[in-house]
Design a protein around this ligand. Structure first.
Ligand SMILES: Cc1cc2nc3c(=O)[nH]c(=O)nc-3n(C[C@H](O)[C@H](O)[C@H](O)COP(=O)(O)O)c2cc1C
Length: 367
């Protein structure tokens, strides 16, 4: 069983690095989100304060690296590399699902390396929501947290991925209630996290009522797990799964839409992820209501090269983020979060149909 899980994890990394598993005919929606350029920024670019406090932790900039991996030697290297980079830059990171190490103690070190290399950074443990109705409880969740001395734990929701993989677990009845039990009893924040299909307002409301302290929307438009499973099925000549992976490749709620749906509905901090590919996308996420923006695929590509390359990529992202703040005249993250944005196209249409106040964003700061 564990051998199978490890093999699957290794395949996820290999496929994500070597195949195009990005959304094909849908985007995350950031091209529909427009800042209003300020010809008179009236601030000093060098004096912009990028720091922010979320989940009781101070981040040097509101950027983190999303959950990616663990369980194999290669994964340990990736986790260690990302950890070293986020520690240097004062950011945070999530590790991949820790199920493999809960089932096989020998693999704990492939996750624990994150805390070893990042003694101060904000670290997010990770466990699958569906595991909570397959025998996992508070004990396993605590074990995941202790393994990396995590500051928070993400419980990931991956219904789409489970349907697209041959070994998928699709009995999701009762997941919400179990998340609630964990959230109530745990002394660390529980973050509900999608894995590339987005979270709608209705679900966000239920999750907040259940007691989660944060929501990572992980919307559609970036890495598609249906696509990853398509390539795994292709390798196995499993035509049923292959067809599912292909048909559901672009399934889900685009990230920009999901950020608005969730942040306009709940009060807990929102993490934006899914197809965030530069510092401008990240800044747009914050203007739409997110507290942190998170990158997975982009940093995975850098992490397999090394610490220097990862630091370099993250520094570029920070610089792009700073530049965006400069051009909209926002000298603090708080100001960026209330700067006007004009939504057009599909993103605007989707949100209007769902009853969200798109004009409210565009008219910020005007009477
Ligand atoms: C190789 C790979 C493995 C992943 N494994 C996990 C995981 O174990 N748990 C999880 O919550 N998300 C996992 N994700 C999803 C990411 O955290 C993120 O939500 C998703 O990739 C969308 O972001 P992106 O478009 O920047 O890649 C994984 C992503 C990739 C690329």
């Amino acid at each position: 069983m564990t051998g199978e899980t490890r093999k699957r994890k290794a395949e996820h990394i290999r496929i994500s690095l070597n195949r195009n598993v990005q959304a094909r005919n849908v985007t995350a929606g950031f091209e529909d989100v427009n800042f209003i350029h300020k010809a008179l920024p009236e601030i000093d670019r060098q004096k912009i304060d990028l720091s922010t406090a979320t989940f009781g932790h101070k981040f040097a900039a509101p950027l983190i690296v999303g959950a990616i991996t663990g369980g194999t030697r290669e994964a340990a290297k990736i986790n260690g590399t990302i950890a070293e980079a986020v520690e240097q830059l004062g950011l945070g990171m999530g590790v991949g699902s820790q199920r493999v190490a809960i089932e096989d103690k020998k693999l704990e070190k492939t996750f624990a390396i994150a805390r070893k290399k990042a003694p101060k950074a904000f670290l997010i443990a990770n466990i699958g929501g569906v595991q909570l109705i397959n025998g996992y409880g508070l004990k396993e969740v605590k074990k995941a947290i202790e393994m990396i001395e995590a500051d928070a734990i993400a419980i990931h929701l991956n219904a789409l991925q489970e349907t697209a993989q041959p070994e998928g677990q699709t009995e999701f009845k009762g997941v919400l209630e179990k998340i609630g039990e964990i959230a109530r009893e745990l002394d660390r924040p529980v973050i509900a996290k999608e894995t590339g299909a987005g979270i709608a307002a209705e679900e966000a409301q239920k999750l907040e009522a259940a007691g989660v302290k944060g929501i990572d929307v992980s919307g559609t438009g970036g890495t598609s797990f249906a696509a990853v499973e398509y390539y795994r099925a292709k390798g196995n000549e499993n035509s049923f799964q292959r067809r599912l992976g292909e048909v559901f490749w672009d399934w889900g709620i685009p990230t920009a839409v999901s950020i608005v749906e969730v942040s306009q509905t709940v009060n807990v901090p929102v993490i934006a992820s899914g197809g965030i590919r530069n510092g401008v996308d990240a800044a747009k996420s914050l203007a739409l209501g997110a507290s942190l923006a998170s990158f997975s695929q982009l940093i995975l590509q850098a992490a397999v090269k090394g610490v220097k390359e990862t630091c370099n990529e993250l520094s570029l992202l920070i610089d792009e983020f700073r530049n965006t703040m400069f051009l909209v005249g926002a000298d603090s993250v708080q100001k960026l979060r209330t700067t006007p944005v004009v939504m057009i196209g599909k993103t605007s249409e989707w949100l209007r149909m769902r009853g969200f106040n798109v004009e409210g964003y565009a008219r910020r700061g005007r009477n």
